[in-house]
Design a protein around this ligand. Sequence first.
Ligand SMILES: NC(=O)c1ccc[n+]([C@@H]2O[C@H](COP(=O)([O-])OP(=O)(O)OC[C@H]3O[C@@H](n4cnc5c(N)ncnc54)[C@H](OP(=O)(O)O)[C@@H]3O)[C@@H](O)[C@H]2O)c1
Length: 371
Amino acid sequence: MPKSNSEFDRSKLLVGSVIGEMNKRVYLKSRPGVNGEPTDDNFCVEDCETPSADTLQDGEALVKTLYLSVDPAFRCCLNEDTGAEYLTPLQIGNTVHWLGIGVVTASKDKELDQGDFVTSNFDWPWMKVFVKAANQLKKLPKDGVQERPSLALSALGVTGLTAYLGIKVKGHVSPAANQTMVISAAAGSTGSLAGQIARAEGCKCVVGICGSDEKCAYLTSQLGFDAAINYKTEDVSSRLRETCPRGIDVYFDNVGGDISDKVIQQMNQDSHVILCGQIAVYNKDVPYPPPIPASTQETLAQRNITRDRFLVLNYSDQFDDALQTLAGMLQQGKLQVRETVMEGVENAGKAFVSMMKGGNIGKQVVKVADM
Ligand SMILES: NC(=O)c1ccc[n+]([C@@H]2O[C@H](COP(=O)([O-])OP(=O)(O)OC[C@H]3O[C@@H](n4cnc5c(N)ncnc54)[C@H](OP(=O)(O)O)[C@@H]3O)[C@@H](O)[C@H]2O)c1
């Protein structure tokens, strides 16, 4: 395979002194196709040179990956055209890049010191060690992250922001309104946080929909959901009627498709859909958001239900405040964060494929190294 990724090429130049164990990188071997399910075979791992601190240039940092994040939106990057203006397609043979957190092991930049925790914007390479321009890295405050770095990929990262800002911006939750919120993909990273935030914001009844009995039990026994519905084994419509007797006021939609059509049929007049994600169609060649059936469209119109697209990146001006709130909730024990951890950079592709099929409870991460 050609080794044309910039980080990898750079590492090849930095042979200087190769220390310790061999570096590894994961590259894209093949695409699943716009209508295909991703498989482990789409990814390949190989040894590569370990970059050395001696050869860092001014403005560069040497970074050790601690954790990688795998997320549904990454699926778009496996297509030749991502269909999303903020995401670029991965190229065959190039090192995969997405979101991660790591620690600076050497730096020739005045803003970064050895021991700093850093993350980056969708361009974190699936490598154990790499060199990057310091201005492409974001230094994280040590509080909260030092003890548990992976939190920067969940509650204190994109999915925490998505759950919190999705509810704040599109949910219209008011403690006085005695509201019921339903959440799909409720045992996943965003959904499990959204349920807890909904409760903290004042929803009286919180119901989750997810894909296994183990997940349902987690939601009701650990996270305080009032009820949980296993969409694979239960009749979603009749269980919604039982568990949401006053109808549904807010729907945090992570999945779309048939599940969402059934939820929307039981939504109240002037209620709100938080259109967060549509994972049910991510392996299909449809635009985003995908078309919905005429009957669902009619219900939305007749009941004056809002359903505007929510994209967390559009609210970056609110990130700092939201992160402070989320950190406070964590400290006060109001937010529990569970992770499903796969070990080893070489298993990052496998972790992504597993998460897309529901193999995770809470946030799916890949642990690459200890601090
Ligand atoms: N709008 C934004 O800015 C934004 C930002 C981040 C994430 N998101 C969206 O939020 C959603 C959740 O993302 P996440 O990172 O927190 O992932 P996640 O929920 O931790 O993992 C994905 C979950 O989706 C469920 N799933 C997969 N295929 C499904 C299907 N056909 N029907 C129903 N459920 C299915 C699986 O759980 P089950 O076992 O329950 O099936 C799986 O565990 C995604 O749609 C994602 O695109 C949006």
